[in-house]
Design a protein around this ligand. Structure first.
Ligand code: NAD
Length: 305
């Protein structure tokens, strides 16, 4: 059976790796957080000593790490994946990183006859837990077929977006919209409070017009609007992604005024010490700025999911 290495068992990676392990894949895992590794070992996975050890023991090595610098270090750095990966093995990075990082890591892999696939993940952490993620994949046709069974164990929806690098670039377009919507929702909900309107009636209207959006309908109804600020997806990671959006767009000479405005509101949230809360907590930032009470759905609300 193909041995799968999995590095990065955080809010997303823990659920993704657990789903693969439960569906019969053979995993060797690593995270700097030993408690996360123990959870996978309890499900039957093997523990790798470090990234190199995972690579030496795997045919496909998956990374699900916080940011570009860590992904580059774990794959290309000293003692990293490429210091021990077997020729003919394949690295699949599923983190959200810059296009430059994806292109550089892919080139380093290919120089060692190691395949590379970028497959960032769409939807929420709760979808990753439930094995219902969406994947946007940049890969050759042959590499795409090779990683497809692993993705089928972790999600329900897989898009082959193009050659290597197309997955990361698609994710940047997606996250521009998803995260900016979060900021727009914060402003809309704060304005509603400022007008003294009813939350449930306002949501009925918004969900019934072209103003409707998945952030408000799914993420906010299960997180920010019920007062749950446990991440989820942190404001720190959302700020990281909007920064990726702006840098990548600048490199492509594409102006992104809405991304810039949204990014700076996430900067403000971080300055207020809110970087670690769920990104639907931008609602709290908007209401605090306007000195308004944060709106909450009642327990029996028709808008709760
Ligand atoms: P997280 O911070 O919860 O998890 C990252 C994990 O990587 C942690 O367990 C951490 O201990 C581990 N790690 C850090 N440095 C390491 C190293 N050098 N070696 C081994 N392990 C290391 O983050 P997350 O929410 O799981 O997100 C992971 C990636 O997925 C990010 O790029 C994020 O932008 C993206 N993403 C997140 C979501 C979401 O809803 N949370 C959704 C889609 C994509």
């Amino acid at each position: 059976m193909t041995k799968i290495g999995f590095i990065g068992l955080g809010r997303m990676g823990l659920g993704m790796a657990s789903n693969m392990q439960k569906k019969g894949f053979s995993l060797v895992v690593h995270d700097v957080n030993g408690a996360a590794v123990d959870k996978l070992v309890n499900l039957g996975a093997e523990a790798g000593a470090d990234a190199a050890d995972v690579a030496a023991r795997s045919e496909i090595i998956i990374t699900m790490l916080p940011n570009s610098a860590i992904v580059h270090q774990v794959i290309c750095g000293p003692g990293g994946v490429l210091s021990a990966a077997k020729a003919g093995s394949l690295v699949m990075d599923m983190s959200t990183v810059s296009p430059e990082t994806t292109d550089a890591v892919a080139a380093a892999c290919n120089a060692q006859v190691v395949g590379f696939v970028d497959a960032p993940v769409g939807r929420l952490a709760s979808h990753a837990d439930a094995g219902q993620s969406l994947f946007m994949v940049g890969a050759s046709k042959a590499d795409f077929e090779r990683v497809k069974p692993a993705m089928e164990a972790m999600g329900t929806t897989i898009y082959h977006c193009g050659e290597t690098g197309a997955g990361t670039r698609t994710k940047i377009v997606n996250n521009f919209l998803a995260i900016s919507l979060c900021q727009l929702n914060a402003e809309a909900m704060t304005l509603m409070q400022g007008f003294g309107l009813d939350l449930e009636n306002t949501l009925d209207v918004l969900h019934g017009t072209t103003a409707t959006n998945g952030q408000l309908k799914v993420n906010w109804a299960t997180k920010g609007l019920i007062g749950d600020i446990e991440p989820g997806f942190t404001i720190d990671l959302a700020h990281k992604d909007l920064t990726l959006v702006m840098e990548a767009a600048n490199a492509a000479r594409v102006p992104m005024p809405m991304a810039a405005a949204a990014r700076e509101m996430f900067s403000q949230a971080r300055a207020q010490g809110k970087g670690g809360i769920d990104f639907s907590g931008m609602l709290n930032v908007g209401c605090e700025n306007a000195r308004l009470e944060v709106p909450r759905l009642p327990h029996n609300s028709r808008h709760r999911i």
